[in-house]
Design a protein around this ligand. Structure first.
Ligand code: PEP
Ligand code: MN
Length: 356
């Protein structure tokens, strides 16, 4: 249920209503909006709970939440959520670009990439240290040594680090180095991992499972939110279909659909979504045009020699050209994507007002 407070409800009235929710055996998530506060009551609803809450002082209305996911839904929070992790700001009208290699391979590779993507206007560095590979014989990542190299690149460039955690037992270690914990597509429904990253106190980038429906995707996000972590970024990275001309099928309708259903920011991964470097810039541009709050793009100094996903990685010149194109689209649409253009200016990112 959602308990909608009167616009002038006092702090005591909000506290009282939240305590009532807990006394009725549900959990209370208090969401303070610019106009009014709402309380999401999560859990099994007891008989007469609605009536009991309706009589509490300061309560304007008590309504059922229709979506299967609760805390993630727009019904509970109508304003868009903005996620901030160091240099990376995403959502509520601000666009962020996360770029870097599929895997961290060496000091030289990650430092050169960090410098190049920053110069082109990226606002965060990606790079896998723990890699979930289809084949056990493929390169599995440099593990903690890779995390140390990412921290070194952050130290030099000030770019926030986004890196994947593949197992619950690694969450603590990865969280020591990462600014954003990435949960990969293969782990979208690893519920213990979702709870662990939810408790880790770092923003989470959750990738859509290749066969997950939108409801399953949002329910996975709900696990992280329910663990007390409001900083969740959703990532559309393509799904498995009968089509084989691209690695996955990248459904960009997910972006406006998710914006309608959830307040969480949505980023698009045109690298895994297509599996071909020559398709990445076009789909990045299309994602920005569809209203994405950000992009996550694979970039490598020498894609032909990459230890993973080289065929879908952009080289530095291609990434630079992609960014210029995305910037022009943003300007044409008058999106608050201007931050993408401003990212390189001294003073850093400029947070803009949310669009409604
Ligand atoms: C990645 O980002 O390198 C990755 C493994 O992505 P996904 O989980 O979407 O396959
Ligand atoms: Mn990859």
């Amino acid at each position: 249920m959602i308990i909608v407070m009167e616009p002038n409800a006092t702090a005591e009235q909000i506290d009282h209503a939240a305590r009532q929710v807990e006394a009725l055996g549900m959990r209370a998530h208090v969401i303070r909006g610019t106009e009014r506060t709402v309380i999401a009551a999560i859990g099994e609803k007891r008989e007469q709970a609605k009536e009991a809450l309706e009589t509490a002082p300061g309560v304007a209305a008590v309504m059922p939440i229709l979506a299967p996911y609760k805390v993630a839904s727009r019904e509970v929070k109508s304003e868009p959520t903005q996620v901030t992790a160091g240099s990376l700001v995403l959502g509520a009208g601000v666009v962020g670009v996360i770029a870097g290699p599929c895997s961290v391979e060496s000091e030289e590779q990650i430092l050169a990439t960090a410098r190049a993507v920053k110069e082109a206007g990226a606002t965060a560095l990606r790079g896998g240290a723990f890699k979930p590979r289809t084949s056990p014989y493929s390169f599995q990542g440099l593990k903690e040594d890779g995390l140390k190299l990412l921290a070194m690149a952050r130290q030099e460039t000030q770019l926030a680090v986004v890196t994947e955690v593949v197992a619950t037992e690694d969450v603590e270690l990865v969280a020591q180095y990462a600014d954003v914990l990435q949960v990969g597509a293969r782990n979208m429904q690893n519920y213990r991992l979702l709870e662990a990253v939810g408790a880790a106190g770092k923003p989470v980038l959750l990738k859509r499972g290749p066969s997950a429906t939108m409801d399953e995707f949002l329910l996975a996000a709900e696990y992280i939110l329910n663990a007390g972590n409001p900083q969740v970024i959703l990532c559309e990275r393509g799904i498995r279909t009968f089509e084989t001309h691209t690695r996955y099928t990248l459904p960009l309708a997910s972006v406006p659909y998710l914006h309608r259903k959830t307040h969480l920011p949505v980023v698009v991964d045109p690298s895994h979504g297509t599996g071909h470097a020559y398709l990445v810039a076009d789909m990045a541009a299309a994602a920005i045009a569809a209203g994405a709050d950000g992009l996550i793009v694979e970039v490598h100094p020498d894609p032909e020699r990459a230890l993973s996903d080289g065929y879908q990685s952009l080289n530095f010149a291609q990434f630079h050209a992609m960014m210029q194109r995305c910037r022009r689209i943003a300007q044409a649409l008058d999106l608050n994507l201007r931050t993408l253009c401003d990212a390189r200016r001294p003073g850093g990112l400029r947070a803009l007002q949310p669009t409604t």
